[in-house]
Design a binder for this molecule. Sequence first.
Ligand SMILES: [Zn+2]
Length: 423
Amino acid sequence: MTVILKNANFIDWQNLSFSNTNLRVEEGTSGSLTFFDNFREIPVSLKDEIIDCKGKLVTKSFAIAHHHAYSALARGMPAPEKTPANFLEILKYIWWNLDKALHKDMIEASALATAMASAKAGSTFVIDHHASPNYIKGSLDVIAHAFEKVGVSHLLCYEITDRNGMKKAQEGLEETEYYLSKNQGLVGLHASFTVGDDSLEKAAELMRNKASGIHIHVAEDKIDQEQCMQNHGKRVVERLNDFGVLDSSKTILAHCLHVNENERKLIRNSKAFVVQNTESNLNNNVGYFNGNAMGNRIMLGTDGMHSDMLRTSKAAYFVGQENDNIDFTSAYGRFRKTHNYLNINSYTGDGENNLVVLDYDSPTEINENNFLGHFIFGLTSNHVQHVISDGKLIVKDKIIQTVNEEELLKFTKEQANRLWKKL
Ligand SMILES: [Zn+2]
């Protein structure tokens, strides 16, 4: 089936030009996107889905650069046994408690919930960072299948760490090696402060062997730097650089809040990408992102808080007014940077046949000169009406087309209740 978007007001995501056109969207990871001035010129077959987009905006769909599907069932869960007083306690009493309780069905439910939420908010590509220390082997396949069922493309990794002992660290390495032998993905590491030199060396070696990149949390809290200085006599980015982690354009450094001038320079002069996760930083009270002198390879992520990239962009812009050098253009640039990351690294699933149709009822005119003002102050995920992923219509009139959402939400609630009982 080919999707045809009739009477579209198309916005080129790169140069923000607007054009009234008709689009023929071919299915597949290398499916084409063809523009026709005249609708009648489009070759149409009976099986094709024709959507009239009169009055709607059509543009490239979105991508999430740092997510944690495994946290999807946390929403509304019981309070931890102790109220966390700092970042390490947030990890210990909340996330490291939750991830240890995850088993296959819960992981599947988390991934389905994340994929559905991402799709409905306009994202067709998710870069995920997964942890389930008591269900490591095969966990990435479970997530991949769930994402594919919904129709969301992905770049997954398993979080290798020493925090649960060296046997689990080894299992994480093995799961990564197994998964990368047949899928696109990354070598995941938790953070410098839970990864010793042995595991870091093995992960970096695996990265090189698989021509992949490392996906790691960097200086999210001061504790990462303090422990790095104490145990290794250097700062986090310096340590990662010494192991060759920054040499890959596939490497993703999430957060980078507490980095000094030398670390900014190392990042700027490297090939690695950075992901800003503003709302998560606010929630954990760990500090503020500042993109100054870090180069222009900055992407945006949700860090497992939610799956709404338009919301994340606004947070980055508003919070950044005091602490960052962000403006309309750079907020949009960071929001879209993930497409460049995926493209330069030849990952599949983010071609031009990934689109979102926005039913945007603005009280004022929107055009290429003022689009960014609408992006910051007007557009929300409520405007997402249809979503096309790899040429396939996965959301139509705000309803997921690929799976039965009602049934799956029943399943996710069951799994959430199971999980909460184990906490
Ligand atoms: Zn994270």
